[in-house]
Design a protein around this ligand. Structure first.
Ligand SMILES: Cc1cc2nc3c(=O)[nH]c(=O)nc-3n(C[C@H](O)[C@H](O)[C@H](O)COP(=O)(O)OP(=O)(O)OC[C@H]3O[C@@H](n4cnc5c(N)ncnc54)[C@H](O)[C@@H]3O)c2cc1C
Length: 385
């Protein structure tokens, strides 16, 4: 398909955020939507490299409320879009080894319960019953929510891409946006490696590159890339099918069942900001040692695959959603800081509502506007992995 000369809305980036926004705009009747992705396939960057976890267990009300909107959208996804997404409600189990984390998570359980989320506090003996394979040395307690779980990121992107196309939206690969046209404080369109497209609305859905796209429009968007990596093992017959998504919170170490093996990751908190996506082998050794200590059965596992990807971090680990004040017609959906896949369905809907109806109305997103940083109203999320 040739690059069109005009569109009502141009979306930069074809990960879960761009694809969900394109679908929800088209579903709400805006059919002249053009999504531009520079890779040859959609969802190849952060979305395709993520761990696929979906959870209600967040530390701020706004994140829990987004989950309460987004996770049921994933429950309905196959019915609505005809695309299976390998949805598994295997539950998330947080393991806590620090007194301050115990206090914070106990408060969170109360907050989540108040919002209708069924998270439970577990004593170490209950954790041992739930997952006997774990070494619980140092564990003071934990939280479990059976409604949390996993879904396949590539299938979610593909479902939204196909759904948007069926509704008339145009979603193109191999097109790189190199500039955003702004005149008199208003967006006029985009420049690409294949020509210009005039458009009154541009959505920045460029994930880890959202800061760069912001600069093209002359807007400072504080989203930075930070490398995170994953290892997947070969088959591990000892791992039961109902093995939950487990997060050892203090070291940011996690495991879940992936095929017949285990997927595991551990965040390096000293990782510098940058676009490097090569595997850091030194960190991988530190990670695997910690993983084997917590889940000793991993010692018997072989390596099946490994990769690195980029978190798209904002200063307070919450997304930057909605209009960018100094550039009329420029909207942002980014900065999810390591937990965006699961919020893609809801946030694409909310940004589509803002563009077409003037405001997001399914959920109030005012606390997520970028001007919170100017006003000193950051809302830090505790449960960052
Ligand atoms: C290792 C890892 C594990 C994670 N685990 C989880 C998890 O368990 N659960 C969860 O919810 N989240 C998780 N995340 C976070 C999640 O992956 C992201 O929050 C989410 O995928 C962000 O989606 P996105 O669409 O904003 O970004 P992306 O998927 O990166 O999409 C942005 C797209 O923009 C394109 N682009 C950039 N610049 C341009 C340009 N100039 N022109 C055209 N196209 C451009 C890129 O090619 C890219 O495809 C994880 C992330 C990583 C790295």
């Amino acid at each position: 398909m040739d690059l069109p000369k005009t569109a009502d809305v141009v979306i930069v980036g074809g990960g879960v955020m761009g694809a969900s926004t394109a679908y929800h705009l088209a579903l709400k009747g805006c059919r002249d939507v053009l999504l531009l992705e520079r890779e040859s396939f959609f969802g190849m960057q952060a979305t395709g490299r993520c761990a696929g976890g979906i959870r209600y267990q967040f530390g701020t009300e706004i994140n829990v409320r987004i989950s309460c909107l987004s996770l049921p959208m994933l429950d309905r996804f196959e019915e609505e879009l005809g695309q299976p997404i390998d949805l598994r409600h295997c539950g998330y189990l947080f393991l806590l080894t620090e007194g301050q984390d115990v206090a914070a998570f106990r408060q969170q359980v109360e907050m989540q319960n108040r919002l209708g989320v069924g998270t439970r506090w577990l004593e170490p003996a209950q954790i041992a019953d739930l997952v006997p394979l774990l070494n619980l040395e140092g564990v003071l307690g934990g939280t479990f929510n059976a409604d949390d779980g996993l879904a396949d990121p590539n299938s979610v992107v593909q479902g939204y891409v196909s759904g948007a196309r069926r509704l008339g939206a145009r979603l193109l690969n191999d097109v790189e946006v190199s500039d955003i046209l702004v005149e008199g404080g208003r967006v006029r369109g985009v420049v690409t490696d294949q020509g210009e497209v005039a458009a009154p609305v541009v959505v920045n859905a460029a994930g880890p590159w959202a800061g760069e796209i912001g600069q093209m429009a002359g807007a400072e968007i504080p989203i930075v890339p930070v490398r995170r990596q994953i290892v997947v093992t070969g088959p591990m017959p000892d791992i039961p099918p109902d093995f939950p998504f487990i997060i050892d919170f203090a070291p940011s170490l996690y495991f879940h069942r992936e095929g017949e093996g285990i997927l595991t990751g551990m965040s390096n908190h000293d990782e510098p900001v940058g676009f490097d996506q090569s595997v850091d082998e030194e960190w991988e050794l530190i990670h695997l040692e910690a993983a084997m200590q917590r889940l000793p059965v991993l010692e018997k596992a072989g390596l099946a695959s490994r990769w690195a990807g980029l978190y798209e971090n904002s200063p307070d680990a919450h997304p930057i959603l909605g209009r960018i004040p100094d550039v009329e017609g420029f909207h942002c959906i980014g900065g999810f800081s390591g937990h965006g896949f699961q919020h893609g369905p809801a946030c694409g809907l909310l940004v589509a509502e803002e563009i077409l109806d003037g405001e997001a109305h399914t959920l109030d997103i005012a606390t997520l506007y970028i001007d919170r940083f100017r006003k000193g109203k950051e809302i830090t999320e505790y449960n960052v992995v």
